[in-house]
Design a protein around this ligand. Structure first.
Ligand SMILES: Cc1cc2nc3c(=O)[nH]c(=O)nc-3n(C[C@H](O)[C@H](O)[C@H](O)COP(=O)(O)OP(=O)(O)OC[C@H]3O[C@@H](n4cnc5c(N)ncnc54)[C@H](O)[C@@H]3O)c2cc1C
Length: 414
């Protein structure tokens, strides 16, 4: 099989890159093992919330020049603001409704009820301009009876610590009661499927309306809208007070919807998406990749002009940690990591963890190297890259989207 560009990994980075390439007439295929980090998304996309020394960032565009020399944003240089704009625009064009601005982080509510700075938030969720926005509110924290992945007590306690007054309510409907026959069925995605039925959603709204008197806000788990944003919109329109949807424990309903919307956009543009297959090895000629091979296709090779490695970090097996090394398992790319496993971790779980910065080494165009030799047609994008600490710096989605667009443009320019 022959394509212009073959992308390994179909998460946020692989799909962002593929969509940009297809839009510019580059014929792409994406091979992807399975679910991506989007299935676990917290409901927002981070661009840059802090620097590696712990300095907090309010304006990512202004602070991007202060990240480390090996940070992927440093390789984008002066184009950082441009790619941040393009990334938001591409999400919107794919039908993924997000709010936010690269020059000013806002706050969104976490599954624990705390506030966290971020760049773009799914329209399902409520972006708060400042951390003081909770004070003085009277909030009804309502849950679907039997749904354990939304902890009302944690959320209410946390809201109250921030100055709100809360009461907890439990909502039940016969249609949802059926899911409870098997408690393992009470997952966010299953509830979201039931609530896609208009009549069930209307019944839930009517039930909720009976509880909201005396409150100025109602907080609910984000279990509305697996295939479109419509149920969340209807819910918000129907109630006479603001509705805050709070991210649940995984799986993430809006995250899965975003993954599906990106895939749909890629395929509508003519891209080929092969889900459930894993790229395992490659053929090389000099400093070029000739072809790759996958589990499902055995000896049948995938030949392409260019290859993009968007296989994610440890979580997706894009990087694999051995006892004393970290490897990239498909091509055997050079990986930046420090020798001595002791230097990888800080014993305090909440401190900065060095292993988070490890990843595939690249040149200024994000081309990977093997044995010190830059591979002319092998690019890397997203969380497989070295140089950033996505948790400590709060830059996960930004790295994935901005580097994917940058790689796509490098390929389009030839
Ligand atoms: C659990 C989790 C939650 C996160 N939540 C957020 C968040 O809410 N906000 C935020 O800003 N950032 C978040 N991040 C950071 C995250 O890394 C990025 O936001 C981003 O989604 C990562 O995208 P990616 O495409 O680089 O990697 P991934 O999403 O990991 O996608 C990589 C894909 O490659 C596939 N793959 C791997 N190896 C192969 C192979 N050999 N052959 C074929 N396919 C392969 C995998 O199956 C996977 O689908 C989260 C990260 C994790 C791990």
């Amino acid at each position: 099989m022959k394509f212009d560009t073959l992308i390994i990994g179909g998460g946020l980075a692989g799909l962002t890159c593929g969509i940009r390439l297809q839009k510019n007439g580059v014929r792409c295929a994406i091979i992807s093992t399975g679910q991506s980090a989007l299935h676990f998304s917290s409901g927002s996309f981070d661009l840059l919330n802090g620097l590696s020394d712990g300095t907090k960032v309010d304006n990512p565009v202004a602070a991007a020049g202060k990240v480390g020399s090996n940070h992927p944003y440093t390789k984008l240089g002066e184009h950082f603001a441009y790619y941040a704009r393009e990334a938001k625009q591409q999400l919107l064009e794919c039908g993924i409704e997000v709010n936010g601005d690269a020059k000013h982080n806002h706050f969104r509510i976490t599954p624990m009820g705390t506030l966290k700075p971020t760049w773009l938030t799914f329209s399902d969720f409520t972006p708060l301009p400042s951390a003081d926005d909770m004070a003085g509110r009277k909030i009804l924290v309502a849950n679907i009876a039997g749904f354990l992945d939304f902890n009302t007590k944690f959320v209410a306690d946390s809201f109250e610590k921030q100055g709100a007054e809360c009461r907890i309510a439990s909502i039940n409907l016969p249609e949802l009661e059926r899911l409870r026959i098997s408690p393992t069925e009470m997952r966010s995605t299953n509830i979201a499927r039931v609530l896609e039925n208009e009549k069930v959603l209307e019944a839930l709204i009517a039930e909720l309306a009976g509880h909201t008197a005396g409150f100025d806000t109602v907080a609910l788990p984000a279990v509305f809208g697996l295939s479109s944003a419509t149920p969340a919109k209807k819910l918000k329109e129907a109630l006479d007070i603001p509705v805050w949807l709070i991210p649940t424990m995984p799986p993430s309903v809006p995250g899965i919807r975003a993954q599906q919307q990106l895939r749909r956009s890629f395929e509508e543009l003519g891209g080929v998406y092969m889900l459930g297959d894993t790229v395992v090895k490659a053929d090389f000629q000099g400093n070029r990749v000739q072809a790759v091979y996958s589990v499902n296709h055995g000896d049948i090779s995938f030949v392409a002009e260019n290859f993009v490695l968007a296989s994610g970090s440890y979580f997706s097996n894009g990087l694999v940690a051995r006892s004393n090394s970290v490897i990239e398992p498909v091509f055997g790319c050079d990986v930046d990591f420090t020798p001595g496993r002791d230097s990888w971790y800080d014993k305090s779980f909440f401190n900065k963890q060095n292993y988070m910065t490890f990843g595939v080494a690249t040149d200024e165009k994000l081309r990977a190297s093997i044995g010190g030799d830059t591979q002319q047609n092998l690019f890397a994008a997203g969380s497989v890259l070295s140089g950033s600490n996505t948790i400590h710096e709060g830059c996960g989605a930004g790295i994935s989207m901005l580097t994917a667009l940058y790689v796509a443009d490098n390929l389009i320019k030839g």
